[in-house]
Ligand binder design. Sequence first.
Ligand code: NAP
Length: 295
Amino acid sequence: MRKIGRRVARKAGIIGYPLAHSLSPVFQQAAFDYYGLNVTYEKWEVTLDRLEEAVARLRSQEHLGSNVTIPYKEAAVPLLDEIAEMAASIGAVNTIVNKNGKLIGYNTDAIGFLRALDEDTDYEPDGKRVVLIGAGGAARAVAVALLTSGAASLTIVNRDDERARSLAAALARAGFEDRVLIAPLERGSLSRALDGVDLVVNTTPVGMRHGPCPDASPLPDDLVPGDALIFDLVYNPPATRLLAVAGDKGSQTLNGLPMLVYQGAASFELWTGEKAPLGLMFDRVRLALYGRLDV
Ligand code: NAP
């Protein structure tokens, strides 16, 4: 893997809109500083009509690359020269690397999700049954990550049926047709889908502290499995209602914090060739989110 020099001043950043609450600058700058790299990580908040220009700017020698976040993870794809395999299956990028003027797109959300499963749980996706709640961008990355890793079946549950069908169709086009199902958000179907499931992943903002319904759960409490792994992509609060109920029933639980840090670590490693200082990155995020380290 390439390593970058320390003398020349370089830039990296995050492209999105809005960016006020992005945590990436907090831990990416800490990681660059840890190695004494002369890199400034900036927020590049752009409207859609300036996206092409913002991406084109990354080709200059000064830029290492960027993160890409909501709402441009899909719109950035056609602006790049090469797309890594997993990102191509997902149809979205969250990391761009400038390799001598050539822009390469990656999806480290998928990489971060798999690393969180690997390092923070004893769960192995191969041959397992999954229920995926949500059908947006994060759901797509999680679905491809799990199906690529050999999940036996993946059932999509989403508020908007049309969006669930659209995700299923995209997964079929990526070659996963025979393992993808849709369950309507109706009690009977939900109960059947959750019966004997190995992994439930929440990719909606339901339960998020500053989200649309902070104290709610995406599943009725009585249907939350007691013998599965429940992975909530929400990281604030550290234990959502879904995770609290699942934990009380005996399920293993994981929030979105490790995935957040691991996706950032993967981006850092792609830009610099250095091993991400994970402990430092976790600490910075915990302090920014919770104001303390022991969470
Ligand atoms: P997105 O593309 O906008 O998709 C949002 C999904 O959530 C859709 O399926 C939407 O359903 C559903 N949803 C939204 N509000 C809802 C509500 N009130 N009730 C039920 N369903 C609702 O967003 P995204 O990029 O996938 O991100 C989703 C969540 O994942 C966010 O909370 C984000 O912070 C989190 N995330 C975490 C990480 C991490 O590293 N931990 C990484 C990426 C994303 P409809 O289709 O019915 O609208």
